[in-house]
Design a binder for this molecule. Structure first.
Ligand code: SAM
Length: 279
């Protein structure tokens, strides 16, 4: 029996425990507690404030699902903004879209980027691509000076706590809407639909007052709370439930989770969510 175990509580009575083979990094930055573990079951793991952000074994699900659906539904994406995402995974996936001209990453905590560069080089390799610009600042204020500039805005944030709490407010959603170019869309990570159904419901209600089309979609991420995670697509121009894929690039065959069929299925919600979220 391994000696060392990591435990993340998802509720007062349930959580995730992982056997730990090595504790590689432990740092308190200006914003949060950053740790890196090696585990026999999920490989290398990044923790922020004691919560799993990503693991070698299932990070691809999160990153494929937060980036590709919107880019495949948008008729002509050229400029992408990623808020949060300092681990580099969303940038890596966006770079697969060769038609993109500019990918801007706005991460509030430089220590997350440095840690990811050191322990997850495959994730961060894209940060040095000439199409990529990295800014270490607050995404909430960054948008004030960047109106109408992006075809896609991805909000790859942590849970609605600390500096990220404001990224779940109507004020922020309005800034995101105004940051989009005509025909643009946005995608947000919106928590566990099972353990945080009310957070997801509040997000839908707030976004529906600002965007014409708002639709949550789901993915299976084993190390995230409840193993089921949600993302929310928002746009005034693109209705994801009634829009065909605009292209099927060759790299789709390389992806480990997303397929064109799964993209469709991901927007189909279980009964309890349909009832609670309406729409
Ligand atoms: N996949 C993870 C999840 O769903 O929990 C998110 C990963 S990513 C590492 C989240 C990043 O958002 C963190 O590095 C954090 O520093 C950053 N972040 C939090 N609040 C922010 C803000 N206001 N502006 C920009 N980045 C922010």
């Amino acid at each position: 029996m391994p000696e060392d175990w990591f435990l993340e509580k998802h509720t007062p009575y349930a959580g995730l425990s992982l056997a730990v083979s090595a504790r590689l990094h432990d740092q308190h930055s200006d914003f949060q507690h950053i740790e890196v573990l090696d585990t026999p079951e999920y490989g290398r793991v990044l923790l922020l404030d004691g919560c799993v952000m990503l693991t070698d074994r299932d990070e691809h699900v999160y990153h494929e699902m937060i980036v590709h659906p919107a880019l495949l539904l948008h008729p002509r994406p050229r400029r992408v903004l990623i808020i949060g995402g300092g681990d580099g995974g969303s940038v890596r996936e966006a770079l697969r879209h060769t038609e993109l001209e500019r990918i801007v990453l706005v991460e509030i905590d430089e220590a997350v980027i440095d840690t990811a560069r050191r322990y997850f080089p495959a994730l961060t390799a894209g940060l040095d691509d000439p199409r990529v610009a990295v800014h270490c600042e607050d995404g909430f204020t960054y948008l004030d000076a960047h109106r109408g500039q992006y075809d896609l805005i991805v909000v790859d944030s942590i849970d609605p706590v600390g500096e990220a709490a404001k990224l779940f407010t109507s004020a922020f959603y309005e800034k995101v809407r105004d940051g989009l170019r005509k025909g643009g869309c946005a995608v947000f990570q919106t928590e566990s639909p099972f353990y945080s159904t009310e957070v997801l419901a509040q997000v839908q209600e707030r976004m529906r007052t600002l965007f014409r089309h708002v639709a949550p979609y789901l993915a299976h991420i084993p190390t995230y709370p409840s193993g089921l995670w949600s993302f929310t697509f928002a746009s005034d121009a693109i209705d994801p439930l009634n829009t065909a894929l605009q292209r099927e690039p060759a790299f789709l065959a390389e992806l480990k989770y997303l397929t064109p069929e799964l993209l469709r299925a991901a927007f189909v919600l279980p009964a309890y969510l349909r009832r609670r979220l309406g729409g």
